[in-house]
Design a protein around this ligand. Structure first.
Ligand SMILES: C[S@@+](CC[C@H](N)C(=O)[O-])C[C@H]1O[C@@H](n2cnc3c(N)ncnc32)[C@H](O)[C@@H]1O
Length: 272
């Protein structure tokens, strides 16, 4: 395996942090070399310095797509941190439904990985609104920076193992078998999620309307504190008054560093 010098690690890790927010501490050198060594072999690079020059010079976009796919951690699963979904269904949706004048509910799964989180939200919304859903716009926006996971997400095909924790009733209602090993989400649910590639480090967010609910769970754990604070500020600006931000259970926001009010562990609300 190609080794990386301290200078090469610094150059590459700074590039990654500035462009994608992902902060690689010094002890992540082995992780980085492990994840990228196959790329160096494939492209016949003799050093990480050569690889870095290729990344910055490449105009096709291919180099950064591969880099992002290699460096992001995409672990996710259906019903993850289930109490959030419970709260979303039991408290958030009834409140938003009552308050809504336009029957337009904007939910964003930011850092959606391979789709398990936004599809869980879409199934909850489908179940909650039932026959009335046709009167509502409840499409979930789901974004990620990694093309690889977005490709998986769009297909909506999951192995038996990955849907094992989904309630049996939901499996029958929302999935169709694809042979013995896999299932695919029904078109209605697949069409309820809009996938887009989007870098949360972009200076400004391009959304025309604010969101009632933002899920950004287990994404900011890879960012340093300053990057996280700036991102939370951007989330705040695109949250509707009275809207919610859900973050991962292992994450927290410092009360002095955000205008959101913490209402439950890892759940925040923008005051009206
Ligand atoms: C661990 S997954 C979390 C998936 C899901 N939210 C959950 O909690 O199960 C983190 C995701 O954040 C994405 N991510 C990391 N940095 C990002 C950035 N700068 N912009 C957009 N997505 C990013 C990664 O590609 C990865 O798919």
């Amino acid at each position: 395996m190609q080794t990386i010098s301290d200078k090469e690690f610094k150059q590459l890790s700074e590039y990654i942090q500035v462009n994608y927010g992902i902060f690689l501490k010094d002890e992540k050198q082995t992780l980085l070399t492990g994840r990228l060594s196959s790329v160096l072999v494939d492209k016949n690079f003799n050093s990480f310095a050569e690889y870095f020059n290729y990344i910055v010079a490449d105009k096709t976009g291919e180099a950064v797509i591969t880099l992002i796919d290699k460096i992001t951690t995409n672990h996710t699963f259906f019903m993850r941190e289930g109490d959030h979904f419970e709260f979303f269904k039991e408290k958030v949706l009834p409140l938003l439904e009552r308050k809504s004048k336009t029957k337009d509910l904007r939910v964003w799964s930011a850092g959606c990985s391979s789709g398990e989180e936004p599809y869980t939200l879409a199934m909850i919304l489908d179940e909650y609104f039932g026959m009335d859903k046709k009167w509502w716009d409840t499409k979930v926006l789901a974004t990620d920076i990694s093309s690889k996971v977005l490709d998986i997400a769009v297909q909506g095909i999951y192995s038996n193992d990955s849907i094992a924790m989904i309630p049996p009733y939901w499996k029958l209602k929302y999935f169709e078998k694809l042979g013995n090993e896999k299932s695919v989400l029904i078109p209605r649910i697949r069409n309820d999620v809009i996938y887009r590639k989007f870098n949360l480090m972009d200076k400004s967010f391009p959304f025309r309307k604010k969101f009632h609910v933002i899920f950004c769970r287990n994404v900011m754990i890879y960012f340093d504190n300053k990057t996280k604070q700036e991102l939370v500020k951007k989330f705040y600006d695109v949250t509707e008054p009275g809207g919610y931000l859900f973050i991962g259970h292992s994450e927290s926001l410092n009360r002095n560093e955000t205008e959101y009010k913490c209402i439950l562990p890892a759940v925040y609300r923008k005051e009206l």
